[in-house]
Design a protein around this ligand. Sequence first.
Ligand SMILES: Nc1ncnc2c1ncn2[C@@H]1O[C@H](COP(=O)(O)OP(=O)(O)O)[C@@H](O)[C@H]1O
Ligand SMILES: [Mg+2]
Length: 255
Amino acid sequence: MSNVLHCRQLTKSYFQGKAAIETKVLHSLDLTVKSGELLAIVGSSGCGKSTFLHIAGALDSPTEGEVWINDINIHKLTDKERAHFRNQHIGFIYQFHHLMMEFSAEENVAMPLLIKGTAPKIALKEAQEMLSQVGLSHRFEHRPGELSGGERQRVAIARALVTKPSLVLADEPTGNLDFDTAEQIYQLLRELNKTVNTSFVIVTHDLTLAAKMDRQLRLDHGQLKPMDNRTVETLVDKSAEPVVKPIEKSEKSYV
Ligand SMILES: Nc1ncnc2c1ncn2[C@@H]1O[C@H](COP(=O)(O)OP(=O)(O)O)[C@@H](O)[C@H]1O
Ligand SMILES: [Mg+2]
């Protein structure tokens, strides 16, 4: 199996104030994600999860180290090449949805396809299909301001998945969702993983979701460390899980 993501000796420091006081967030972090793998990353608030994801997704640069995606060293690309690469290969689900408020749900989701050069009619159709898959078939023309927090998050998820990228990086994707909706999103990720071999790196506080991934790592003191499976299982209260339901396409509003 080939690798979709390879991070080598990543270090990230922020420098504050006139004295340029250093905050070292990542320290020589190494990570390899195999093609088709589902990886969960957990860690306490402020430990650097978002920082790591932004660097892995080419949204920010490391102080030192390399990020390879599909055998391309992404921080060696020019800004233009990197933007193109992101559009072709990476789906990013932000911690806060970052939707364009003046555009409808279907326009927001169609945007990555339009940037890719897909014809508008086809882009809109594919956006609608993806929105239906996240249970929003009744919200195509709503703007983000007319949606609930959970619905906005689902639009953001649909936007990240619509291009069927080889790697999806997700920052707390189920943070605003109730248990049933989070379960539906998980089913969607699994399906995409099965049908187009998409790999997922998911930062989450949701231990139920983390436990369902192929592998779990903990970000601790700037490095990714293995998490013993038994630790994950003990942390998750299995009795709280409802029966797994398929993704609904009904008119029901979830959140
Ligand atoms: N742009 C920035 N400038 C300075 N410090 C930052 C910046 N972004 C994040 N940090 C600091 O880096 C640490 C990790 O932040 P973050 O990656 O957002 O953590 P997490 O996502 O795990 O909660 C925090 O201590 C935060 O204050
Ligand atoms: Mg964060």
